[in-house]
Design a protein around this ligand. Structure first.
Ligand code: ADP
Ligand code: MG
Length: 173
C-alpha cells in the first residue's frame, strides 16, 4: 500500500482527500500536480454558481511546502439502499435535471463513470447524501468556453450515455 496521509478519507484515481474538520475536506495536490489545482478550483466555482450539484468550493490552502490543498465542503456518502426504490427514482430525476442544467450553462463533468480500464469503484465521484445526489471531482471536467462547441457537444453526449448506465446501477442496487 502506498503512503497514507493522516486523516485520509479516501484516495481516488489521482489524489488523496483528507478530513479537515467535520464540515471541510481537503484534496491534496503534490508538487507535480500543483498546476491542476487552480483549474480544478475554477471549474468547481463555475459549477457552484449554477446549482448545488457539485461539491462546494471553500478555499485554497497550503498544507506544507510541497503540498497544496483544495478545501471543499465535506460530504458524507450513504449506501443507495438507504432509500426505497421510489424515492431513488425521484432522487435520480433531480440529479438528471441538475446535470442538464450544468450542461446548458456550459459545464460538463466528464467523470461520472470511471472508464473500465481504470482501477477503483465505477461511480465513486457520485455521492448519495441526505440531500440527494452530489458530484465530486471536477478534475477532468470541461467548460464550453475552454474546449469549444464541437468537443463540448461530444462530451455531453458521452455524459448522457454514462448517466443512463448510472441510472440502471442506482435503481437496481
Ligand atoms: N468533499 C468530499 N467529502 C468527502 N469525501 C470526498 C470529498 N471529495 C472527495 N472525497 C473522497 O476522496 C476520493 C478522491 O477524491 P477525488 O476528487 O475523486 O480525486 P481523484 O481525482 O483522485 O479521483 C473520492 O473518491 C471520495 O471518496
Ligand atoms: Mg475521483
Amino acid at each position: 500500500m502506498k503512503k497514507r496521509y493522516p486523516r485520509t478519507l479516501s484516495s481516488g484515481a489521482n489524489n488523496s482527500v483528507i478530513a479537515i474538520t467535520e464540515t471541510e475536506a481537503g484534496k491534496l495536490f503534490l508538487e507535480d500536480t500543483r498546476s491542476d489545482i487552480g483549474s480544478e478550483a475554477e471549474k468547481m466555482k463555475f459549477a457552484n454558481q449554477v446549482n448545488g450539484l457539485v461539491v462546494k468550493f471553500i478555499r485554497l490552502d497550503l498544507m506544507n511546502n510541497d503540498t497544496e490543498l483544495l478545501v471543499m465542503e465535506r460530504l458524507y456518502p450513504m449506501d443507495y439502499r438507504a432509500y426505497e426504490f421510489e424515492k431513488r427514482e425521484l432522487i435520480f430525476d433531480v440529479f438528471e435535471d441538475e446535470l442538464v442544467q450544468l450542461h446548458k450553462a456550459g459545464f460538463v463533468h466528464r467523470d461520472i463513470r470511471r472508464p473500465s480500464d481504470m482501477p477503483g469503484e465505477r461511480f465513486d465521484n457520485i455521492f448519495l447524501t441526505e440531500k440527494g445526489i452530489r458530484l465530486i471531482d471536477v478534475g477532468i471536467s470541461a467548460l464550453k468556453s475552454q474546449v469549444g462547441e464541437r468537443l463540448f457537444e461530444r462530451f455531453i453526449q458521452q455524459e448522457m450515455e454514462e448517466l443512463e448506465i448510472f441510472r440502471k446501477f442506482f435503481l437496481s442496487r
